[in-house]
Each structure stands twice: as structure tokens, then as C-alpha cells.
Ligand binder design. Structure first.
Ligand code: DGY
Length: 323
């Protein structure tokens, strides 16, 4: 039997690409250049499985291509706000993602952002490298203590819970959260976490607010100027989820006016563009969407796509089927 034809939109870790070459008739993207909408349409018309990643806009236009041969879209990433699931379902595509395998590393990056912005370690590193350090003194580069403070989570899915584990059990923090689908009180208690009735309750009580909800229409600009104004002026906002959950212009304004104390951002509205206003602020930590970027996790994500495709082509329901 001939191998299914699979088209991959970007470079994947070498170990995964080699494995894919063994099990599929795979077309890799050796240049790693992002695919245009027309290239994605052509892919859907010439393969059995198309494998985009979280930066490929697999929208209704792309999915509405005439006479597709592809039957499954195996996305490499947990977030799926880049895929129009309704259009995919209407066009008869199966869509899968890669949950679970990136939970710990994304929580690690959220914790990293929190510590870096609170303790000013990015700023400190730049200071040393610039040769500006003149020595220890009692008032030098004082930051904000993390241990024992209160963290508020917006969304309390897998990554938020892994973050809560780190915050509560590692740093003795009090954990608050709001999620329309909360865990059982027993599961929340294991993480030292308390549910709040509203997002505003979380914002007003937290020293750190960490965003963990999915992106997409329902959460677009959820953190707008009104919500930012509900935060304590001493509080920090952390985002390792999706950039457009925060209204970026409102965030810049809130940072400029001292409405909040600082921000740690791994994702941006309109990334990879990052506004110059953010780049010049020392109370802001900026990372290039590194949440899942460890060798172990990126290999596991790729292998998870392979597992989903393999199940599909064996006539089974893929473990991570979204539609
Ligand atoms: C995802 O998988 O959705 C992440 O944003 C990639 O790190």
C-alpha cells in the first residue's frame, strides 16, 4: 500500500522529520519560509494530510479551496485559533492539535516571565553586559518579592494548573483563578487554588495576573483598558497564551501611566511585530513566543502529529481530534 502524502508547512525538529520520512510520503519545507494562502490551498489539493503550525492562518478562504484531496489537518501546536474549525468541519476536514506535551514547558516560560519581570533580571543582565555595574549597594535594582504573593489566573486549563503547581508548591503563593469550566474544588485545593466568580475579582486581588485562556473571537481584547484598570498599580501582567487576548495599545497606555507595574510577554498582538513602545520599557520582559520551545517538547509535539495522522490513516479516531 502506498504511503499517505503529507505536506508540512515549516521545518520541524530533525528527529521528527526523519521519522516522518519513514512513515509517510512527506514533503518537508527545507527553506522554513512561511507558506502563503495560495501555497496552503495548493497543498490541500495535492496531499492526504496537511500539517500547519500555529502561525499559519488556515482560514475559511484556504479551507474553501476547490476539490481538496487532503482529509486531515494535523496542526503542530496546542492552540487552534489559527484554524477556522467551523469551515474545516463544513468542508469535511478532520483537524487535530497537540495538547499535553507542551504543558510543563509553557508553564515554565510563564514562571520565567514572572520571575524575570518581578526581579528585574533581564534588566540586570543588560546592565552587567553593558559594563554599567558599579557594585553592590543597598538600593540597587530593587525588584518585587515573589514568594508568598498572590497570583491570579485568567483561565485554568492544563497550563494554568501547571503554573499554579509551580507558584503554590514552589513559591508559597496564593492562587486565584476564574474559568467558566473550573476543576472540582478537591482538584483546585491540591493546587492551593481558589475560584473567583469573575475575572474582575481575580484582577483586583492579584499581585501577578497570568493569562491562560485560549485565543480567538471569545477572548479577543479580554484585557482591555477597563480590565487593566482593575489590576493593582503594583501588579504585573504575564501572557504566555495568545497576544490578542490583551489589547496591546491599552497595555502600553497602562504601563506608561503606571496603571500596572509591568508585564512579561511571550506573545503579541500581530506578532512577530513588537511595538517600539514596549521595546523601550525596562519594566517589560519580551520573549519571541518560546513557550513550547525546548527540544524535548518540540520533538514530542511533532511525534504527536505523527500519532494523530497514523491513527487517522488506520481508520481510527485520532486522539487529539478537534473536529
Ligand atoms: C501552541 O502550541 O499553541 C503554542 O503557542 C506554541 O508554543
Amino acid at each position: 500500500m502506498s504511503k499517505p502524502k503529507v505536506i508540512v508547512s515549516r521545518r520541524w525538529p530533525e528527529e521528527v522529520e526523519r521519522h516522518m520520512q519513514d512513515v509517510f510520503d512527506v514533503q518537508l519545507n527545507e527553506t522554513d519560509a512561511p507558506m502563503t494562502a495560495d501555497e496552503m490551498k495548493a497543498a490541500l489539493q495535492s496531499c492526504d494530510a496537511f500539517c500547519p503550525t500555529v502561525t499559519d492562518a488556515v482560514n475559511a478562504d484556504v479551507l474553501g479551496v476547490d476539490s481538496p484531496t487532503a482529509r486531515i489537518i494535523g496542526s503542530n501546536g496546542v492552540g487552534f485559533n489559527h484554524i477556522d474549525l467551523d469551515a474545516a468541519k463544513a468542508a469535511g476536514f478532520t483537524v487535530t492539535n497537540t495538547p499535553e506535551v507542551l504543558t510543563d514547558c509553557t508553564a515554565d516560560i510563564a514562571m520565567n516571565l514572572l520571575l524575570t519581570v518581578a526581579r528585574r533580571t533581564g534588566e540586570g543582565e543588560r546592565h552587567v553586559r553593558a559594563g554599567e555595574w558599579s557594585g553592590w549597594r543597598p538600593t540597587h535594582m530593587m525588584g518585587t518579592k515573589v514568594t508568598g504573593k498572590t497570583i491570579g489566573m485568567i483561565g485554568f486549563g492544563r497550563i494554568a494548573r501547571a503554573m499554579a503547581q509551580r507558584c503554590h508548591h514552589g513559591f508559597g503563593m496564593k492562587v486565584l483563578f476564574h474559568d467558566p469550566y473550573p476543576p472540582s474544588p478537591e482538584d483546585a485545593a491540591k493546587l492551593g487554588a481558589t475560584a473567583c466568580d469573575s475575572i474582575d475579582d481575580v484582577l483586583s486581588q492579584s499581585d501577578f495576573v497570568s493569562i491562560h485562556c485560549p485565543g480567538g473571537k471569545e477572548t479577543y481584547h479580554l484585557m482591555n483598558s477597563e480590565r487593566l484598570a482593575k489590576m493593582k498599580p503594583t501588579a504585573f501582567l504575564i501572557n504566555s497564551a495568545r497576544g490578542d487576548v490583551i489589547e496591546q495599545a491599552a497595555l502600553i497606555e497602562a504601563l506608561n501611566t503606571g496603571t500596572i507595574a509591568g508585564a512579561g510577554l511571550d506573545v503579541f498582538e500581530g506578532e512577530p511585530a513588537v511595538p517600539d513602545a514596549l521595546k523601550t520599557m525596562e519594566n517589560v520582559v519580551l520573549l519571541p513566543h518560546l513557550g513550547s520551545a525546548t527540544v524535548e517538547t518540540r520533538v514530542a509535539m511533532g511525534m504527536r502529529v505523527v500519532d494523530n495522522l497514523t491513527a487517522f490513516f488506520n481508520g481510527e479516531t485520532p486522539g487529539d481530534k478537534l473536529v
